[in-house]
Design a protein around this ligand. Structure first.
Ligand code: DGT
Ligand code: CA
Ligand code: CA
Length: 366
C-alpha cells in the first residue's frame, strides 16, 4: 500500500506561544531573543512573528540589527523561556500521538507522522485527518501549524514548508512529480549548502533535473549511498520509515504562580494539577519513578531544585504529593526568596511489574 506520511510544524513557534499568553502582541512585531548578557542588546533573535518578518527580521539575526529594522514599529522584545515552550511542546506531542498511527517528533515544534493504516491509504481522508489535527491544536493550545502530506517523509516536509504559515498541503501520489519537479534542489531534505553547490555546478537546479539523472552521473560526485538517496528523494520514493520517538526519561510540569510566594503549601496547592499530570503520565506508560524533584524558580529568576530518591520506585499519587511538599519546605528554607514559578519532575523510570492493562491502574482507589 502507498504510505501516507505527514509533517507538522508549528508556525513561528516561540513567538506564537508568547502571543497566546498575551494576545495584545498579535498586532505588533514580536521577537523572542536569546540575550548573551554582554551588553544590553547583545544576543540573537531566536524567532520572530510574521509581522516582524515583514520588516526583514529572522531567526539568528543580532538583536541590535532587529531593533534597527523595527525602529518606530513598537516591537515586543521578549526573553526566550525555553522551559515554557518545552511544556507546550510536550502537550502538543501528546495530543498528536493520539491522532496518528506513528509519531516521530523531530524538534521542539515539529514531527513526522504515519497515518497509512488508520485512513486505509486514502489521500482524501488524509486531508480530513490533517484538517482535524489543525483544528485540535488550535482548540487546545490556540496555536496554528502547517501540515504537509505525501507518500514519503521528503514529500511531506516539502509540502509543509510550502503550506507555511498556517496551511495544509496534500500531495497525492500521482501528483508527486508535478509538485516536486519545479522546486529548487536545495530544498530537498538532506541537501545542505555544500551538496547544493555541487549540484548547481553540475547544472542541476530543480528537483526535476535531479530526478532525471542516471545513478552513475551522481556517483561521480557523491558516494553510492547518498546518490541513491538523492534519486529516491527527488522521485518522492524514499522509504525512510516514521520511527516512534525514544521513550522519555523524565516528565515535568512547571507553572507560574498567581503571585510570588515562599509558602510551600501555597506553591504545592497551585502545582496540584502539575502533580496529577506527571502521575497520570507514569500510569499511562506503566512506569514507576525513582526520583522526584521539586523545582523552584525564584523571583530573581535563579532556579533551585531538591530531589528525593525512592527504593523501590513509586508511582503512588499521595507519595508524590507529600514528597513534593516536603521538598518545597526544604527548598523554601534554603532559597530565602519568593518562588515565582514552581515545578515537579519525575525521573529514573522502571517498568511496573505485572502490568496487564491500563485500566487496572486507573481504577479508583477502594
Ligand atoms: P516557522 O516554522 O518558519 O513559522 O517559524 P519557527 O519560529 O517555528 O521556526 P522553526 O520551525 O525553524 O524553529 C522552531 C523554533 O526553534 C523557533 O520558534 C525558535 C527556535 N529557533 C529556530 N531557529 C533558531 C535560531 O537560529 N536560533 C535560536 N536560538 N533559536 C531558533
Ligand atoms: Ca516552526
Ligand atoms: Ca520547526
Amino acid at each position: 500500500m502507498t504510505r501516507v506520511i505527514g509533517h507538522v510544524d508549528l508556525d513561528y513557534f516561540y513567538a506564537q506561544v508568547e502571543e497566546v499568553e498575551d494576545s495584545s502582541l498579535k498586532s505588533r512585531p514580536v521577537i523572542v531573543c536569546v540575550f548573551s548578557g554582554r551588553t544590553e542588546d547583545s544576543g540573537v533573535v531566536s524567532t520572530a512573528n510574521y509581522v516582524a518578518r515583514g520588516f526583514g527580521v529572522h531567526s539568528g539575526m543580532p538583536i541590535a540589527l532587529a531593533r534597527r529594522k523595527l525602529g518606530g514599529k513598537d516591537p515586543a522584545v521578549i526573553k526566550m523561556d525555553h522551559e515554557k515552550y518545552e511544556v507546550v511542546s510536550g502537550r502538543i506531542m501528546q495530543d498528536l500521538e493520539k491522532e496518528v498511527d506513528l509519531l516521530e517528533p523531530t524538534g521542539i515544534d515539529e514531527a513526522f507522522f504515519d497515518i497509512t493504516t488508520s485512513i486505509e491509504g486514502d489521500f482524501g481522508r488524509a486531508q480530513e485527518k490533517a484538517a482535524s489535527i489543525k483544528k485540535l491544536l488550535f482548540e487546545n493550545e490556540h496555536l496554528t501549524c502547517s501540515i504537509g502530506i505525501g507518500r514519503s517523509k521528503v514529500v511531506a516536509k516539502l509540502a509543509s514548508d510550502m503550506a507555511k504559515p498556517g496551511g495544509l498541503m496534500v500531495v497525492a501520489p500521482n501528483g508527486t512529480a508535478a509538485f516536486m519537479s519545479p522546486l529548487s534542489a536545495s530544498k530537498l531534505y538532506g541537501v545542505g549548502p555544500k551538496t547544493a553547490a555541487v549540484l548547481d555546478h553540475m547544472g542541476i537546479k530543480t528537483i526535476g533535473d535531479l530526478a532525471r539523472l542516471a545513478p552513475a552521473e551522481l556517483e561521480n560526485h557523491f558516494g553510492r549511498k547518498f546518490s541513491a538517496y538523492l534519486l529516491s528523494a527527488s522521485a518522492g520514493t524514499d522509504s525512510d520509515p516514521v520511527v516512534v520517538g525514544l521513550e522519555p526519561t523524565q516528565f515535568s510540569r512547571i507553572i507560574t504562580l498567581k503571585r510570588d510566594t515562599r509558602d510551600p503549601r501555597e506553591a504545592c496547592a497551585q502545582l496540584s494539577e502539575g502533580i496529577d499530570y506527571v502521575h497520570g503520565k507514569l500510569l499511562f506508560l506503566g512506569r514507576t519513578s525513582k526520583t522526584i524533584t521539586a523545582i523552584g524558580i525564584l523571583n530573581d529568576l535563579s532556579t533551585k531544585t531538591k530531589s528525593r530518591t525512592f527504593e523501590p520506585p513509586t508511582n503512588d499519587l499521595n507519595t508524590i504529593r507529600e514528597t513534593t511538599l516536603l521538598l518545597f519546605e526544604e527548598l523554601s528554607g534554603v532559597a530565602g526568596k519568593d518562588f515565582r514559578r514552581v515545578g515537579v519532575r519525575v525521573s529514573g523510570f522502571e517498568k511496573m511489574i505485572d502490568q496487564t492493562s491500563l485500566s487496572e491502574f486507573v481504577r479508583p482507589a477502594s
